[in-house]
Ligand binder design. Structure first.
Ligand code: FAD
Length: 459
């Protein structure tokens, strides 16, 4: 177990005198709960978890960390796949108490504090039958998801989360407040949309909202794995002709019923955000393809947004590899189906492919730091397990699975799905041109790399 050096008492007392939130040190009750993040692989012991209640708290902790020369981690929802929102021996700026969401229904905008979760944003916006396109698990943080881009079920219709971002308020590395938008600090606003965890602590986001629901049509069609090539061709056709209202996923794993003699299945997941009648008409043909099961039905948008919350619960060990695909040739599909049958025992391995396109591709590739708008599909090979002795087997599966489709993938990656780190990984994620532009920004806004616990842009 990592030994945590105790903090200087006078400095902690001085911090406490100007701090309205909650400071938690290793000796305090609740420390073991407070230090947790979503991925159990990130089992770290910070010297201080600072639960910030207001902007002044964030500034106070940054001052304290600078004076005490402590490493700084920033935590929104705690979902970072590589566990970047905690650290050993440093300070965690935990934004979870700053989770207010304020909707302006008349102007269709929303202001969201930096520690809010997707389910809080979704619930507040749906009171007015509005939504911002976000991710698919309700306990993900708005902070990390937005700053990396934000891919989910409404994006083909309304664009990435960052395409709906109007402004950010942040506290910079020197403790100064900064406002970034299309009119103010435009260079920073460009970098915040895709590499945002590098430039400061975002205390609030302002988003555009669009009409959604309250009812949408969602469900999963499950098929025998032996029909993988045929199912992929059904999916490909759907993706080619799909209206923007349709979210489409193709997957391999253990999502539900299995065919006799098979341990895995393949499935097509859909959500249609247009009218229920239109969805029914559009999905009729795919539902007639003799699936093993069909759960497609109208339901409240809010129900779909928390449907995966339990299966994505905190405390599991998780590793993944992800990539963009320009197309989905049959050889790639067969390779993925083969990989799923080779997944190790004792965990849960899955392959998910999401159709991109639609509004995601309407925004020019260089308009934001995000990389991958031109891709037709995004694929993720995820391994989830509980027993530490199975770590290597699951990591190895994920790596082998992505290697198997290497000839079919394109350069770039979705930063929020990158589980590894290091300069080479981050450069490859953004591509050399964006990486150099981001470095120039980093040198300007965070030359000492105070914010280094992220997919780091080295200044
Ligand atoms: C179960 C699960 C489901 C997911 N589903 C989706 C999905 O559908 N779509 C999708 O696009 N992504 C998805 N992701 C990936 C997710 O977007 C990233 O893991 C994201 O970084 C999580 O944000 P967070 O605030 O919860 O994480 P955290 O771990 O708190 O933070 C992640 C990174 O962002 C930084 N950060 C967080 N908040 C702030 C802030 N306010 N200011 C400055 N920096 C901040 C942190 O320092 C850290 O570097 C999912 C992840 C998980 C675990």
């Amino acid at each position: 177990m990592q030994v945590v050096e105790p903090l200087e008492r006078a400095a902690v007392s001085a911090l406490r005198s100007r701090f309205a939130g909650h400071l938690i040190e290793p000796v305090d009750a609740g420390y073991d709960q407070a230090r947790l993040v979503w991925n159990a692989l990130a089992d770290k012991r910070p010297a201080l978890v600072a639960r910030c209640a207001r902007i002044e708290d964030v500034i106070a902790v940054l001052d304290f960390a600078r004076e005490q020369e402590l490493l700084v981690a920033v935590r929104g929802g705690g979902h970072s796949i590589p566990g970047l929102s905690t650290c050993d021996g440093g300070v965690v700026i935990d934004l979870s108490p700053m989770s207010r969401v304020t909707v302006d229904a008349q102007h269709r905008t929303v202001r969201v504090e930096g520690g809010a979760l997707l389910r809080q944003l979704d619930a507040a916006a749906q009171e007015f039958a509005l939504a911002c396109p976000v991710g698919v698990v309700g306990h993900t943080g708005v902070g990390g998801l937005t700053l990396g881009g934000g891919i989910g079920r409404l994006q083909r219709k309304y664009g990435l989360t960052i395409d709906n971002l109007l402004a950010c308020d942040l506290v910079g590395a020197d403790g100064q407040r900064i406002h970034a938008s299309a009119d103010e600090n435009q260079d920073l606003f460009w970098g915040l949309r895709g590499a945002g965890a590098n430039f400061g602590v975002v205390t609030s986001f302002e988003f555009r909202l669009s009409p959604v629901g309250p009812a949408v049509t969602r469900g999963v069609l499950t098929y025998p794995l032996s029909r993988a090539a045929e199912v992929a061709s059904i999916y490909r056709e759907l993706a080619e002709e799909a209206p923007r209202e349709l979210f489409l996923a193709l997957g391999f794993g253990q999502p539900g019923p299995l065919a006799p003699g098979e341990n895995h299945a393949c499935f097509i997941g859909v959500m249609h955000c247009g009218s229920v009648a239109e969805a029914e008409r559009y999905l009729r043909a795919v539902r007639a393809t003799r699936p093993l099961s069909d759960t497609i039905q109208p339901m409240p948008y809010l129900t779909t947004q928390v449907a995966a919350d339990e299966e994505s619960a905190w405390g599991k060990r998780v590793y993944m590899k992800a990539a963009y695909l320009p197309a989905l040739p049959e050889e790639a599909v067969l390779a993925m189906a083969e990989q799923i049958t080779a997944s190790p025992a004792g965990g849960d391995c899955s392959v998910s492919i999401w159709a991109m396109g639609g509004a995601i591709g309407d925004v020019p590739a260089d308009a934001t730091a995000f990389s991958g708008r031109e891709a037709a599909f995004w694929v993720e090979m995820e391994a989830v397990w509980g027993d530490a002795t199975l770590d290597e087997a699951h990591r190895a599966w994920s790596r082998a699975a992505i290697s198997a489709i290497q000839p079919f993938i394109v350069a770039g990656n979705y930063v929020n799905a990158v589980a590894d780190s290091g300069e080479e990984v981050v450069r490859a994620t953004y591509g050399p041109a964006k990486y150099e532009r981001l470095r120039a920004l980093k040198r300007r806004y965070d030359p000492d790399n105070v914010f280094r616990l992220n997919q780091n842009i080295a200044p």
